[in-house]
Every structure is written in C-alpha cells, then in structure tokens.
Design a protein around this ligand. Sequence first.
Ligand code: SAH
Length: 200
Amino acid sequence: MRMRKKKHREARLAACECVHFGRGFEMPAYLEIGCGKGGFICATALANPELNFVAVERNPDVMLLAMERAVSLGLANLRFIIGDAENLAEYFKPDEVSGIYLNFSDPWHKNCHAHKRLTHARYLDIYKIIMAPQAKLVIKTDNLPFFNYTLRSLQANNFDIISQTRDLYSCEDLYNNVQTEYEQKFISEGVKICRVEACI
Ligand code: SAH
C-alpha cells in the first residue's frame, strides 16, 4: 500500500501508546498480518469483545490510521505491532496464537520475489510455531496466481486445507465474512474473492 509519510507521524504514534502490543496483553490472541488501515481487525475486535486480537503491519504510515481507529473505538482487546511478520517469533511463544488472518497480501508476482510472499515456506514455518494446535490460517485474496501459489505452498508445508473457494461471494456460507478495505474496492470492481482456510 503506497502512502506518503503522515504529518506528525511520530507524535501521533506516541499518542496511540495504549494500543501498542507489549508484555501484559492477555494471550491467546488472533493475529492479522498486514492489516493496512485496520478496517477488518477493528470491526472483528469490536464484534468479539471476549477475544483478543493483534494486528501486524510493517508500514507505519498506514498502521497509524489503524491504531487511531482502534483508539477512537476504545478497543481494549486489540493491540498493534509495527514490524515485519518475519519477526513474529520474537513476540509470541509457541502455540500462543489462536488463528491467523492474511487479507489481500502483496502477491509479489515475479518468481524472484516469491520469498517475500506471506505464504512462502519461510513465513509458514513461523506461523506453525506460534499457532496453537486448533488454530486456523485464513487467507483472502483477489489474485489468482497468488492464490494458486498459496494452495501449493500450504500443501507442500503440511498444512491441511479445510475449505477453499475462488468465489467467496457465490458461497452460501460466507463464514461471517468481515470485509477489508481492499476487499471493498475489489468487490466494487466486480473482482472475485478467493479464500482458503487451513490448519496444521
Ligand atoms: N489487509 C489490508 C491491506 C492489504 S495490503 C486490506 O485487505 O485492506 C497488504 C499489507 O500488508 C500492506 O499494508 C503491507 O504493508 C503489509 N505487509 C506486506 N508484507 C508484510 C510483512 N512481511 N510484514 C508485515 N506487513 C506486511
């Protein structure tokens, strides 16, 4: 997501101190990686006050918007990590994560960039460590090549596919779908949404 540096970014991030992830936040929690502006994770946390959520995003300019949204909603069950998913094992103990959401991750269409995809083996290996035995990895994308790659990568890395669709909105069961900002844009353009749910 391209975005200019936000004005007064550091001061505004500091003002969101109460939603920065840190020791003391109650685990287990559900994780969204690459939360962007935070529409999905804020709505999900709001709808499930009895559960805990953590959102990870490496772009501080977009993350700032997500954090300000969480502060304005007064969400006590959501915290944020500004950083790369490759460092997740530094934040979570083994089995601490109840589920992981990847929503409209960058597809990195060139093969030489495959290692940057959030469903590459190097990321799946980290997810496997922090995911609890019953946890699910839930992935939505508009991008078919990325979706096909993800299915292959999940299978090659011993994840079990629980469900999959290349047209989420044609499904009778929408799995309590919460739309993300990217999802709303793609739907308005008539693009089909793919979804896969997997476990270890
Ligand atoms: N989930 C949002 C945004 C999708 S864009 C939505 O659906 O609307 C993908 C986001 O993932 C971008 O904001 C990008 O900065 C973030 N991202 C990509 N790779 C990442 C990584 N390795 N670690 C953390 N965030 C990442």
